[in-house]
Structure formats: structure tokens, C-alpha cells
Design a protein around this ligand. Structure first.
Ligand code: FE2
Length: 376
């Protein structure tokens, strides 16, 4: 009998790590109960599953929430002295795990660790009445990890160790967020290329786009970035490092406040960015604002678009075009008091790029925020 791994190897001689997409994003936070409520009320997620002392985990509580194909897990420590508490103490709230769906989590762990990845979790089979799920994990930049999730034989709400969770009195209307488009990491000075090589060598990713400091610099806030993509394009990880500018790079500010390397932003896809952003704003999510002059010559820069200009201008939504189409995007302010993790809302209309044409206007907006924080 063929295993999924040998079948996958047969299907593709080069893809030793077939990925089916992002399974979930796990955040370590100071208060998971309240964080889950924030993402439900403000971002439109629904309750999915809960794990904690009542399900046998004495040292933590986790809330899994879902909207379409997007699953977040909010985890908090219940006592000091464990890995979660130490992560929280060092970094504040942030992303711990970018979890990837795989056909074979044992093979994923073997293939990556044999290519030099540092193991975080050896393959483990988790079982309950709803089946079994195999999970493994490797370290990436900073204290961030990739978990490999094999759930083809699991039919429960989320995973063993969790119980289904819902509140019939609180079902926030969804905001149209669909799936993770990409997740960006901030790494230290001269660390971008070593991490590019890690994703090439260990995970078989390709470098599909590069932005140097000429592309991404305003008067102050320079950075360099390389976009890494899995072979099928389902998983994309841009990697940023700071570049020399007149004053402090936005990546340096992140590294200082996160106390190391970590996830800078998670981009969430929508099919209707005007509707999504209007919902998010009305529920209190704050976004970076570009000057209204951005819209004066927008259509000259990007050509004809399907959307009316008025709501884009009203909500501050940005537009950029590449050879294959265009995209609409908008960036939230950091969702913690520390200037660390934020979200991007993105709607792609053919474009596969990342909004290079918006970098200048965007980074000037970021610099105004850095200046207000006294960190420029
Ligand atoms: Fe992005």
C-alpha cells in the first residue's frame, strides 16, 4: 500500500514537502478569552473549539475560532514557568505557529529535519472519538515555529485535546475574510538571505520576488524583502530585514519591541474589500491612512478598475497593478500596544504581487505613526 508521502513523491519528483495551505495561525497572548472575543467581535470569527483545564491541559487555555477557511488559535499560559509564559514575557502578544496542512506530517518532519531544520515537535499521533490527527513541527526565525498538520483521518471540530465550543447568544456577522494570503517575517540585520536559504533548502520554496532598499525606502524607513513561495503557491512567506536609512527602520522598531525576530503581518484575503473594510472599521479595527492626494492620480497609475473610486477613497483602500492584474489592500495599525503584529486585508484581481507601487505612500504613513510613538 502506498503512503500519502510516497504517492506525493511519485506525483512530483521535486516537491518533497507538499503543502495544502495554511491550517491555522496560533497566537500566544496575555488573555486568550479576551483576545478570542476581539477577533470574533471585530473581525467576524465564530467560536469553534476550546482546550484548557476542562480538557486535560492544566497549564494553558486555547480558543480556536474560524471564518471561512481561516482558523486562528488564541493560547494563553495559566501559570508561569512554561514555554508559553516565557514566550509571552519575552515578546508580548504575537504569532507562535504558522501551521501548514500536509498529507503526511511524519514525512514533512523527516524531510525538513534531514535538510537541516531544528525539530520543535517530533511526529505525534493525537486521538479521540473523532479520529486521529498527526502533528509535527520545526523551528523557523526567532521563536516562531511551523507545525505540520495531517488531518485526513480526523473528523472532529478542530483537533484532539479540544472540545467543540459555541455560544448561541453570540454569533457575530462575518466580515468576508476568507483565507491566509501570506505571512511576513521580520528578521535581523543581514539575516534575510540566510532565511531565504532556509526556506529553499529545508522546505523547497522558491524566491519569487525581491525588493531591495531602492524599492522600499522613503526618507527614513528602509527595508529589504524577499518573497518565498511553496511550489504550488498556496503558502507564501515574505522575509524582511531592516536597511540603512536616515532614521530607524520600521523593521528595527519591530525587532526592538518584539525583542527579536517574528511575524510582522498576516495578510487575510477577501472577495469584497470595500464591504470587509467597512465592517472592520465599524467594529473598531484601526487602519493606516494615506493622504487623500493618493487618489488624485490613482487611475492614471493603475488604469481602469472595477470598483468605484469614492468608497476606496473614503476607506483609504490602496490599489496596485502588475503584469497579471491588480490588487486592493489596506494595512491595520498594530493590534497590540507594542508596535509589532498587524494585519493586511487584500483582494486580488489577477495580481500575484504584493503592492510595490504602494510602498512609498504606505511607509510614509508608518513613519508618521513611528514619529507619534517617538521611535523614529
Ligand atoms: Fe503583505
Amino acid at each position: 500500500m502506498k503512503t500519502a508521502a510516497s504517492q506525493a513523491r511519485q506525483n512530483s519528483t521535486t516537491d518533497f514537502l507538499p503543502l495544502e495551505g495554511t491550517d491555522y495561525v496560533e497566537f500566544y497572548v496575555g488573555n486568550a478569552k479576551q483576545a478570542a472575543h476581539y477577533y470574533m467581535s471585530a473581525f467576524g470569527f465564530q467560536a469553534l473549539a476550546y482546550s484548557g483545564p476542562q480538557t486535560g491541559h492544566k497549564d494553558r487555555a486555547s480558543y480556536a475560532i474560524r471564518q471561512h477557511k481561516l482558523t486562528f488559535v488564541l493560547t494563553t499560559p495559566l501559570r508561569p514557568g512554561n514555554e508559553i509564559a516565557e514566550h509571552l514575557n519575552k515578546h508580548g502578544d504575537g504569532v507562535k505557529a504558522l501551521s501548514l496542512r500536509v498529507p503526511d506530517a511524519t514525512s514533512a518532519w523527516k524531510e525538513t529535519t534531514s535538510r537541516g531544520a531544528k525539530s520543535y515537535l517530533e511526529p505525534v499521533v493525537l486521538k479521540d472519538d473523532d479520529g486521529e490527527l498527526v502533528m509535527s513541527g520545526i523551528h523557523t526565525y526567532g521563536d516562531t515555529v511551523h507545525l505540520f498538520i495531517e488531518r485526513k483521518n480526523y473528523h472532529g471540530a478542530f483537533m484532539p485535546g479540544y472540545r467543540a465550543w459555541s455560544n448561541p447568544h453570540f454569533k457575530p456577522i462575518d466580515t468576508g475574510l476568507q483565507y491566509v494570503d501570506h505571512c511576513v517575517g521580520n528578521v535581523g540585520w543581514n539575516q534575510m538571505n540566510p532565511w531565504v536559504k532556509f526556506y529553499e533548502d529545508v522546505m523547497g520554496f522558491k524566491n519569487i520576488l525581491t525588493f531591495d532598499d531602492e524599492d522600499i525606502s522613503t526618507e527614513y524607513s528602509a527595508l529589504m524583502s524577499k518573497v518565498m513561495s511553496s511550489g504550488n503557491g498556496f503558502v507564501k512567506f515574505p522575509i524582511n530585514e531592516p536597511a540603512e536609512g536616515k532614521k530607524k527602520s520600521q523593521v528595527e522598531e519591530y525587532l526592538e519591541f518584539y525583542n527579536g525576530e517574528g511575524v510582522q503581518h498576516v495578510a487575510l484575503a477577501t472577495n469584497d474589500i470595500v464591504k470587509t473594510v467597512r465592517e472592520l472599521m465599524s467594529r473598531g479595527v484601526e487602519f493606516l491612512q494615506v493622504p487623500t492626494s493618493y487618489y488624485d492620480d490613482l487611475l492614471d497609475r493603475v488604469g481602469q478598475i472595477d470598483e468605484d473610486l469614492a468608497p476606496l477613497r473614503e476607506l483609504g483602500i490602496l490599489v496596485d497593478r502588475d503584469n497579471e492584474g491588480y490588487l486592493l489592500q489596506l494595512f491595520s495599525k498594530p493590534v497590540e500596544d507594542r508596535p509589532t503584529l498587524f494585519f493586511e486585508i487584500i483582494q486580488r484581481k489577477g495580481a500575484k504581487s504584493f503592492g510595490k507601487g504602494n510602498f512609498k505612500a504606505l511607509f510614509e504613513a508608518i513613519e508618521r505613526e513611528q514619529e507619534a510613538r517617538g521611535n523614529l
